[in-house]
Design a protein around this ligand. Structure first.
Ligand SMILES: Cc1ncc(COP(=O)(O)O)c(C=O)c1O
Length: 387
């Protein structure tokens, strides 16, 4: 730290120069991330209320009400306007809160949680923190969790099952209705990780696509993760944890007595937390409405299908599976995908590498010309590798 502070203009200039080499969404080069440039209106709302601390809720009762309305709007999207929950820092915190709730409710000593092999790392982190054993279940030929194997894995220590509505790698939706049946039959907690899919599937359904049931319409579903900072276009950080009922939400609530706003209840991992996130999401949901999100999803899907179609035309490359949402997996039986990724990164394409495929996510900042230019580079790389 400087002894004597520097003028704002000087510090700003230095900041700009230090950060100028980073990727930007506007460049269209980020095609492997689930994040995007936030909506300008959400950004404006966010910056206006940066200092609101929802952890000290007595100071900001109006924002508490806004958060409740936000959760109710998200709950309505997921077939339960009475859902209870919080706007949190992201999918990792939301998934952790769900497993924490399942563990506390069960009162078992050695707890196991059954998750698909495709589960996100956040569930490993949560399991490590909470002292849970994660039991990973193999996938079927459509990259969904194998339901029979889930049922076989249930034992006396099982406390929860997790299903995914939009896997990180491929955007696949697990057979959640089958998982719901198992959860009810075996009296287990069922959490759905719709961190990505939560802001895609409801709109795809309204656009006429066949979307399997994945939300609170299924009676076994206890909680859902839905991330506004992914396809919700909210500024980072913005995750969502929704519980079927208020009682479930209160399982991990703590009474905090010392705060300036008076006694409060906190049911999130963090204490001090952003009210600006909840405000920005509330504002954006109101502003865009279903029609606005449908338009965004329709555009992303149109580009996704175009990309998938073009990939199939390149000799030696294939798509892993038909895209369910705006994620395309690219694989090859001929070329080393690590090598292709390396070459793409040399050409400044920020793609995402999984063990057996390259993941492209067509987020709202990706334009048709970016896809065209990516395909040109990809074809060129394949030509050179094949030569
Ligand atoms: C399905 C799924 N769940 C959870 C997460 C974790 O979300 P975050 O990075 O916001 O913590 C991700 C991140 O990509 C994800 O794809």
């Amino acid at each position: 730290m400087e002894n004597k502070g520097l003028p704002v203009s000087l510090v700003s200039k230095e900041l700009e120069s230090k950060l100028s080499g980073d990727f930007t969404y506007g460049s269209g080069r980020i095609i492997g991330s689930m994040c995007t440039r936030s909506h300008p209106f959400a950004r404006e709302a966010f910056t206006r209320f940066l200092d609101v601390n929802l952890g000290d809720s007595g100071l900001f009762p109006a924002v508490v009400e806004l958060e409740k309305e936000t959760i109710s709007m998200l709950g309505t999207l997921l077939s339960n306007p009475n859902a209870s929950g919080h706007i949190v820092t992201g999918g990792t915190e939301a998934n952790t809160l769900a497993l924490w709730t399942a563990k506390k409710l069960s009162k078992k000593k050695d707890c196991e949680v059954i998750v698909p092999a495709s589960a996100h790392y956040s569930l490993d982190k949560a399991a490590d923190l909470l002292g849970l054993k994660l039991v990973r279940i193999k996938l079927n030929s459509r990259y969904q969790v194998n339901v029979e194997a889930v049922e076989e894995a249930v034992n006396l220590n099982t406390v929860a099952i997790v299903g995914i509505a939009g896997t990180t790698g491929l955007g696949v939706v697990d057979p959640i209705s089958k998982l719901s049946e198992i959860a009810i039959r075996k009296n287990l907690y069922l959490h759905v990780d719709a961190a990505f899919g939560g802001f895609v599937l409801p709109f795809l359904k309204e656009l006429g696509s066949r979307v399997p049931d994945f939300d609170f319409s299924l009676p076994g579903v206890c909680s859902i993760t839905i991330d506004p900072h992914k396809m919700g276009l909210a500024p980072i950080p913005a995750g969502g944890i929704l519980f079927r009922s208020r009682n479930l939400k209160k399982t991990v609530a703590w009474n905090i007595s010392y705060l300036a706003g008076g006694k409060t209840e906190q049911a999130t991992l963090v204490g001090t937390r952003s009210g600006a996130s909840a405000i920005a999401i509330w504002a954006l949901l109101k502003h865009l409405g279903k029609e606005g999100y449908k338009k965004i999803v329709r555009r992303c899907m149109r580009l996704t299908w175009k990309l998938a179609e073009e990939i199939q035309k390149i000799n030696g490359l294939h798509i892993v599976t038909e895209p369910t949402m705006n994620i395309v997996g690219i694989k090859s039986d001929v070329f080393d995908i690590c090598r292709i990724t390396q070459e793409l990164r040399v050409r400044k394409w920020a793609v995402s590498l999984f063990p057996n495929h390259i993941r492209i996510v067509i987020m709202p900042h990706v334009q048709e010309q970016h896809i065209e230019s990516f395909l040109e580079d990809l074809k060129d790389i394949i030509n050179k590798l094949g030569a």
